[in-house]
Design a binder for this molecule. Structure first.
Ligand code: PGA
Length: 257
């Protein structure tokens, strides 16, 4: 089973519209010749329209960083799936910053997943344990539980458009990534295993699972050379065209062996 590598950049709360356009144009030039890998960028909502225009005709996909589950209504500050569906391909759901800073629960994550899928958006579902849980040996139970809760009511067919991202919270933005082997173990032994239990081996083997947390040009190969890891969700290092392009290129090379 060949899973196509998928590397996405999460720009978080960075880049004005002007800066976002400039980054998108640089990326477009840097990544022109890359084949055999899905690449996407997730700018802030305010830059989606402009970045979409800047990337038109290129192979780089576009994603949003969050979505609400309702189609419309009195939800000040929120963005709905119909507002995004003609604008982008992907949407990040359940990022740990949404969960910890903004109080998003597993139930919300599940509702968002259903809503995004209903409107043809491709979710990137994030899971991952914090440092305390990691040190207490609770990673497997916690991450497995997050996967099960998020996927409540999601069908095997729907799983084919979902990407998962295992992002240990202690590795995000800290400069201290997981090891390739450690991430591979959780991604294979917990995330993919949970999919096999919930659905089937076939589904588990088809779904793409990214690693995220302090991925850089110099360490991407360590992750991509692992059999269970299909890509990366990149924060800080996706904010510069040369480093994100190097991550894509080094990662693809490592995956090809
Ligand atoms: P980082 O962020 O690469 O800056 O650690 C990753 C993420 O939050 O997706």
């Amino acid at each position: 089973m060949m899973r196509i590598p998928f590397i996405a950049g999460n720009w978080k709360m960075h880049k004005t519209v002007e800066e976002a356009i400039a980054l998108a144009q640089e990326l477009r030039a840097e990544l022109e010749d890359v084949e055999g890998c899905d690449v996407a960028v997730c700018p802030p909502f305010t830059a989606l329209v402009s970045v979409r225009r800047a990337l038109e005709g290129s192979a780089i996909g576009l994603g949003a960083q969050n979505v609400h589950w309702e189609e419309q209504g009195a939800f000040t500050g929120a963005i709905s799936p119909p507002m995004l569906k003609d604008l982008c391909d992907y949407v990040i759901i359940g990022h740990s910053e949404r969960r910890t800073i903004f109080g998003e629960t597993d139930e919300w994550v599940n509702k968002k997943l259903h809503a995004a899928l209903a409107h043809g958006l491709k979710p990137i579902l994030c899971v991952g344990e914090n440092l305390e849980q990691n040190q207490a040996g609770e990673t497997e139970e916690f991450v497995g539980g997050q996967v099960r809760a998020a996927l409540e009511g999601i069908t095997a067919g729907q799983m084919r458009v979902i990407t998962l991202a295992y992002e240990p919270i202690w590795a995000i933005g800290t400069g201290v990534p997981a090891t390739g082997e450690g991430a591979n173990e959780i991604i294979g032994g917990v995330v993919r295993h949970t999919l096999a239990v919930l659905y089937s081996d076939d589904v588990a083997q088809t779904v793409r699972i990214q690693y995220g947390g302090s991925v850089k040009p110099h360490n991407i190969a360590e992750f991509m050379s692992q059999p269970e890891i299909d890509g990366a969700l990149v924060g800080g290092a996706s904010l510069k065209a040369d480093s994100f392009a190097a991550i894509v290129k080094n990662g693809l090379q490592a995956k090809r062996g």
